[in-house]
Design a protein around this ligand. Structure first.
Ligand SMILES: [Zn+2]
Length: 253
């Protein structure tokens, strides 16, 4: 178990490790999530430092270790520096990165998701409205992980959903008005669904990411779509993302 390999990957997270080292979490095209130690990144002139910057897309060389792999060489292909000039886009990118870091498994490549993420970072750095891009990315990731919200059938009676329903986070599905008898009504963990939102949910499954900003939809509709995705992450992936708080504040402000 002491091979070396190369991969193309984006830096999702970085944590300090033994002085000037970092433990880096990458999302790679070839191997899915890779966690690796990068030694001496905090030292001036470190050749690995540029690849340790969040969202950097790099060609990476690793040595396999018993637990953590070790980053031995790196060459940045695209740094997406313009993202740093756009705090809102940066916040959304942070949510997407944390979601990938926590919801995907090491050694399980998801090349479509990888390509979409890289394309999405380019769009965000280029000034696209971040909300539709990241809502779409999150929604498609949930589908690929097999935890896509069911917008078509009532979770309780199984009948095809009528025009107006309520998405209930605990069910991971819509519930029809006949069955939605919850004492508290619509709450923080449910989202009313009307036809425009349901049609947006099917649009984002098919539309190329670069054309998503041409979809005519109210910002509040995108907010609701992302909210359903975030609830699904919490209830059905069991993840409490730090970046979720940022998005909550975005919505409030
Ligand atoms: Zn029902």
């Amino acid at each position: 178990m002491s091979g070396t390999y190369r991969a193309t990957g984006v830096t999702l997270m970085a944590h300090k490790y033994r002085g000037t080292g970092r433990v880096l979490t990458f999302f790679t095209r070839e191997r899915g999530k890779v966690e690796a130690v990068a030694q001496g990144v905090g030292k001036p002139g470190s050749s690995l430092a540029p690849a340790a910057d969040l969202f950097a897309l790099s060609e990476l060389f690793f040595a396999e270790g018993r637990n953590l792999h070790r980053l031995t060489q790196a060459r940045v292909i695209e740094g997406f520096e313009d993202l740093r000039k756009r705090p809102v886009a940066l916040g959304y990118a942070g949510f997407w990165a944390e979601l990938l870091a926590k919801a995907t498994e090491p050694g399980e490549p998801m090349p479509e998701t990888f390509d979409e993420f890289v394309e999405g970072l380019g769009l965000l750095a280029g000034g696209y409205d971040p909300l539709p891009v990241v809502a779409t990315g999150a929604w498609r990731l949930l589908l690929r992980l097999g935890v896509g919200p069911d917008m078509d059938n009532c979770a309780r009676c199984g009948r095809p959903a009528p025009a107006a329903t309520v998405f209930v986070a605990a069910e991971g599905s819509v519930v029809c008005p006949d069955c939605f008898t919850d004492a508290n009504g619509v709450s923080e963990t449910s989202v009313p669904i009307r036809p425009p939102l349901r049609s947006l949910a099917s649009t984002v499954c098919e539309m190329p990411l670069a054309r998503i900003n041409r979809v005519r939809a109210q910002p509040s509709l995108w907010e609701d779509l992302l909210r359903v995705a975030r609830l699904q992450v919490r209830f059905h992936l069991g993840l409490d993302l730090k970046a979720d708080e940022y998005l909550r504040q975005m919505r409030a402000g």
